[in-house]
Design a protein around this ligand. Structure first.
Ligand SMILES: Nc1ncnc2c1ncn2[C@@H]1O[C@H](COP(=O)(O)OP(=O)(O)OP(=O)(O)O)[C@@H](O)[C@H]1O
Ligand SMILES: [Mg+2]
Length: 301
C-alpha cells in the first residue's frame, strides 16, 4: 500500500464498561475516497471524534500525515477539514459570515470563502441568513466550512443524513468530485451500503466497535465473486485434475469451488465426466454487495 494519510493502531474507546470502539486499525491511503460504513451505534462517530482529537482514546494511537495527533494536534488539524454529525451555525449570520469565522481562525485569504461557496453551489445564497436555509443547504455549508483553508484531508460524518433523494445525490456528486477538484483525501461515514458503493473506492466496515473489513471496493466485491461449486468423486483426485488444467481450486465443505470467470460450465462438466470423475452436483453461486455485507455483519443493518 502507498502512503497512508490516516493510520490508527489498536484504537479503542471505552465508556465505563462499554466498549464503543475496539482495537481498530484504520488505513486510509492518500487520495482515497474512503467509505466508513456501519450500522447505527457501530462506533463511527466515536472513531471520527478520536481521529480529530475531540475525544481521547482509551487505548491505541492515531497518526495523521504520519504524525501522532497527541503530539502534533494543531499542525495536523490545520490541514484537516471536518464535519461531525449535524453541524451547528450562527443562525442569524449569513452563510458568508459563518464561513468568515472559520477563515479568521485559520488565517487564510478571503478568496477561500468564495471558492468554498462556489464548490458547494451556495454562491447565490452567500448573503442569506442561515436560519432560512434548508437542511441540505446547511449540510452543504458544513462541507464548505470543511473545505476552507489548505485542507489535505476531509472527514465527513454522515454528510447525507436527513437529506431527500435529490439532496443526497447532489452531496454525493459533490463529494465524488472533491479528490480531483481539491486534491484531497476524503473519509466519509455512512450507514447506507448503496451510498458507500456509489461514492467510495476504499471501504472500512465497522460493527459493534470492530472493523470487520478494510480494503478497496473491488476487494470487497471480490469476496462475493461468483463461484462454481462442484461435487465430484473422488474429490481429491478431481481437485488435482482441475489444478493441472489451470483452474484455481478451493476445496471446502466436501466441494470444490472455482472462480466463475470465463468458464463454460457445460464444458467443465464434460471434461470432468470424460476424464472419469463422477459429477453429482454443479452449481453457480452469485453474491451481490448487499449479500456480502450481510454475511460480514451477520445480517444487522
Ligand atoms: N459519550 C458517550 N457515553 C457513553 N456512550 C457513548 C458515548 N458516545 C457514544 N456512545 C455509545 O457508543 C456506541 C457508538 O456510538 P457512535 O455514535 O460512535 O455510533 P455511530 O456509528 O456513529 O452511530 P450512528 O450511525 O447512529 O451515528 C453507541 O452504542 C453509543 O451509545
Ligand atoms: Mg454517528
Amino acid at each position: 500500500m502507498g502512503e497512508l494519510v490516516i493510520e490508527t493502531k489498536g484504537l479503542t474507546k471505552e465508556f465505563n464498561k462499554f466498549t464503543a470502539v475496539k482495537d481498530v486499525n484504520l488505513k486510509v491511503p492518500k487520495g482515497a475516497l474512503y467509505g466508513f460504513l456501519g450500522p447505527n451505534g457501530a462506533g463511527k462517530s466515536t472513531t471520527i471524534r478520536m481521529l480529530l482529537d475531540l475525544m481521547r482514546p482509551t487505548k491505541g494511537t492515531v497518526h495523521i500525515f504520519n504524525k501522532d495527533i497527541k503530539n502534533h494536534r494543531m499542525e495536523i488539524l490545520r490541514k484537516v477539514g471536518a464535519m461531525v454529525e449535524s453541524p451547528s451555525y450562527y443562525e442569524n449570520l449569513t452563510a458568508y459570515e459563518n464561513l468568515e469565522i472559520t477563515r479568521k481562525v485559520l488565517q487564510v485569504d478571503k478568496k477561500e470563502i468564495d471558492k468554498a461557496l462556489e464548490i458547494v453551489n451556495l454562491s447565490k445564497w452567500s448573503n442569506k441568513r442561515v436560519k432560512n436555509f434548508s437542511l441540505g443547504m446547511k449540510q452543504r455549508l458544513g462541507i464548505a466550512q470543511a473545505l476552507i483553508g489548505d485542507r489535505e484531508l476531509l472527514i465527513l460524518d454522515e454528510p447525507t443524513n436527513g437529506l431527500d433523494p435529490a439532496g443526497v445525490r447532489e452531496i454525493r456528486n459533490l463529494i465524488i468530485s472533491l479528490p480531483q477538484v481539491m486534491g484531497v483525501t476524503v473519509l466519509i461515514s455512512s450507514h447506507i451500503l448503496s451510498e458507500i458503493e456509489l461514492i467510495a473506492d476504499h471501504v472500512g466496515i465497522i460493527q459493534k466497535g470492530s472493523l470487520l473489513f478494510q480494503g478497496t471496493l473491488e476487494e470487497l466485491k471480490a469476496k462475493g465473486s461468483r463461484e462454481i461449486g462442484i461435487k465430484a468423486k473422488p474429490l481429491k483426485e478431481a481437485e488435482e485434475f482441475l489444478k493441472r488444467q489451470g483452474f484455481i481450486v478451493d476445496n471446502r465443505e466436501e466441494k470444490l469451488y472455482i472462480p466463475r470467470k470465463n468458464i463454460n460450465i457445460e464444458e467443465l462438466n464434460k471434461t470432468l465426466v470424460l476424464s472419469g470423475y463422477g459429477v453429482s452436483h454443479l452449481s453457480e453461486s452469485e453474491k451481490n454487495l448487499e449479500e456480502i455485507f450481510l454475511e460480514l455483519t451477520g445480517g444487522i443493518e
